[in-house]
Every structure is written in C-alpha cells, then in structure tokens.
Ligand binder design. Structure first.
Ligand code: NGS
Length: 368
C-alpha cells in the first residue's frame, strides 16, 4: 500500500521534479563542486582556480588579500611584500640562534664594493634582511649616525650583516648622514633615523649604533629587552674595562638598543648637543628620570672593537647642558625636531641625508 502511494506521488509530483532537474541540473552540479572545494581547502589542500589539488600546505596564510588562494606564486608575492598585513606563519626562530660563532675577528679594512659582492645576493635593497627558514623573534632597525667616515662603512657592513643574519633577526640598516659642515650632532641624527625608520616599520626595537663600534662576539644578541640596553659595555678604547666598574659607570655611548616605547617615553634624544660628548649621558639621565633602568650583558660578551679615527671637535657646553637636563626633556627631543631628509636605497643600506638645522648656542634656551 505504501509502495502504491509513493509511486502515485512520484508519478504526480515527479513530473515537476523531473522538469526542475532537467532545467537546473548545472546549478546543482556547480554547488556540489563548490562544496567539495571548500571541504578540501579546509582539510589543508591547495586550491588553484577553484580546483582542489591534493598537496599539503607547508605554510598557512592567516590574513591579507591573498588568504584563501594559496599557491606557490602567491607565497612568492608575499615574501616580497612581507609586512604584518601579509603574514606567513613559519616556525619561530629558536631563542638561541643555531649558527653563532662566538668570538669574531674584526676586519678594519674592506671596501663597500667587496662587501656588496658577498652580501648582495642575500641582502635586499636598502640593507633589508630576514631569515627564510623561521619567523624572526625580533624586528630591528639599526640606526648609524655618521659623516666623513666613508672608509668605515665597508668594515661596518662587512661585520654587521653576517652578525645580524647569524642572530636570525629581521633587520634593516639605516645610515644617517649629517648634511653641511656644522658641528656634528649625533643625537639629532639618531632622532631622524628613528623617525624615518618608524615609517617603514613596525620594528620591535632600534639599535643606535656608531659606525666605528664592532661587536667581537655574536653571543651578544641584539634582541629587544624590557629595559633600554647599553651594548658597548667593554670597548677596546677603554681596554675592555666593564663600563659598570669604571669610575664613570653611566656610560651609554657607542651602541645601545631601545624599544620604540622606551624612546617615546623619554621624548627621544636631546637635540641641543653639537660637537663631541654628552648626548649619551643626557639619554642615560632621561632613562633614569622616567623610571627605567639600563641593562647590560656581561663584558665578556658585550665586547667591542672601536676603529680608530680622528677626534671630533668637543662640545664645550656639554656639562652645562647636562646639569639640568631632566626638567627639559619633554621640550627637547622628538617632539621638537625639525629636519628634512633625502632617502636613497643602496644595495646594503638605506642612506638618509639629513638637514638638521644650524647649531646655535643652546644654553640660552635651557628651561630650568
Ligand atoms: C664621556 C662623554 C661621553 C662619551 C664617553 C666615552 O666623557 O659622551 O666619554 O667616550 N661625556 C661627556 O663628555 C660629558 S669614549 O670612551 O667612547 O671616547 O661617550
């Protein structure tokens, strides 16, 4: 009886269904295919132009415009356009990079073109590099203030590129050159370098690094720290004495490392130190005054060769400027810096030619 009923239904309603199927079967087939594609994609396969190809994904794209369409070609584009928007998830790099060498030899004479011949294949234009095999733990902008030290650029790049690469950092090197012939203002150049690098970030931290300071041990990791870190603890110029044990233990010169938050908290470096000396001591005081602490690694790893050079004209006003610097810092630093800059991407570094204004006697402007 039930069979008769069903047959009746099929004969009556069946006509409409058959008609419907005849007209719309392509839509049904398409929907089935689409469902299949979605299932395969979620199961970790690669989809190319809507067709599922059974191949396991080695990398997963989390977001960005390429999400969902994961082809090798897309991955190539993403490697090129790498930014937080186009995130490729790799295994994180190990806390201790595996390829460290320990004690290093410093080569004091090498030309930029020699370094280019070696590093050009691996370093991207503007001095940009990141590890391919793992996700770097830290993104680091290296800011190098300089002028008239062309001969020191080769040794610096020759030493620092492999050093930072062995540490598996995602980094870029910026040289900030002071335009004109006024007294050198290291701190202004550091501010300029920071503000320009920020635009190309994000960076987790910033190494403010003299061109003549070369680390002698790659176990001295340029990883970010929760507090500002003084890097050049034991230098050849001071016979490798621990800065913390020098009578003058507030030494913050040569090279240091700070996060963006650290630098903003102290309003960057002071703009008013023209000539050699004092600007690093000023930064030390800003750090203390804003309740931060300077960290240092032990002198056995935090060792630096300082390449010798002609001394610069000294800033005769530096002690006067230092005397009352703490009350002044909110009105002297990143917030009050005026500059213009010309940017050139060179094979191994980004060159910033900075016009930072003329030196004036700053003591009249000191707000007590
Ligand atoms: C101090 C300077 C610092 C300088 C440090 C180390 O005397 O700027 O020497 O110099 N402070 C003042 O002059 C107030 S170094 O050993 O690198 O030649 O960084």
């Amino acid at each position: 009886m039930i069979r008769d009923r069903l047959c009746g239904l099929w004969r009556g309603g069946g006509r409409t269904l058959r008609l419907w199927l005849r007209l719309y079967w392509p839509v049904l087939v398409l929907m089935l295919l689409l469902g299949l594609c979605l299932m395969l994609r979620d199961a970790g396969t690669v989809t190319i132009a809507g067709f599922a190809v059974l191949a396991p994904l080695t990398r997963t794209i989390q977001d960005g415009p390429h999400s969902g369409v994961t082809t090798e070609a897309t991955l190539e584009v993403m490697r090129e356009e790498r930014s937080p928007k186009y995130k490729v998830v790799l295994p994180g790099c190990p806390a201790t990079p595996p390829g460290l060498l320990g004690r290093l030899k410093v080569v004091e004479k090498v030309s930029v073109s020699d370094v280019e011949a070696r590093q050009r294949v691996v370093v991207r234009a503007g001095g940009r590099w990141w590890p391919e095999e793992c996700e770097a733990r830290w993104r680091l902008a290296v800011i190098v203030p300089y002028r008239d030290r062309q001969h020191q650029i080769g040794p610096f790049l020759n030493h620092m590129h492999p050093f930072l690469q062995r540490q598996q950092l995602n980094y870029s090197i910026y040289f900030v050159e002071q335009a004109g012939s006024d007294l050198f203002n290291r701190a202004r150049l550091l501010n300029v370098g920071f503000l320009e690098a920020v635009k190309e970030g994000p960076w987790d931290c910033y190494a403010f690094h003299d061109v003549d300071m070369l680390p002698e041990n790659d176990h001295h990791l340029y990883h970010c720290s929760p507090q500002p870190r003084h890097l050049a603890v034991a230098t050849s110029i001071n016979n490798y004495k621990d800065s913390a044990k020098l009578p003058y233990n507030t030494y913050f010169g040569g090279a240091c490392l700070m996060a963006e938050a650290h630098l903003r908290r102290v309003n960057g470096w002071s703009n008013i130190y023209w000539g050699w000396g004092g600007e690093d001591d000023d930064m030390w005081r800003r750090i203390k005054f804003t309740d931060m602490r300077v960290w240092r690694y032990p002198p056995r790893v935090a060792r630096y060769t300082m390449i010798r050079h002609r001394p610069q004209p000294v800033n005769e006003l530096r002690y006067r400027l230092l005397k009352r610097n703490t009350g002044r810092y909110p009105r002297d630093g990143l917030s009050t810096l005026n500059y213009t800059v010309t940017t050139t991407r060179l094979p191994l570094y980004t060159h910033l030619l900075a016009h930072i204004g003329a030196s004036t006697d700053p003591t009249g402007d000191i707000v007590h």
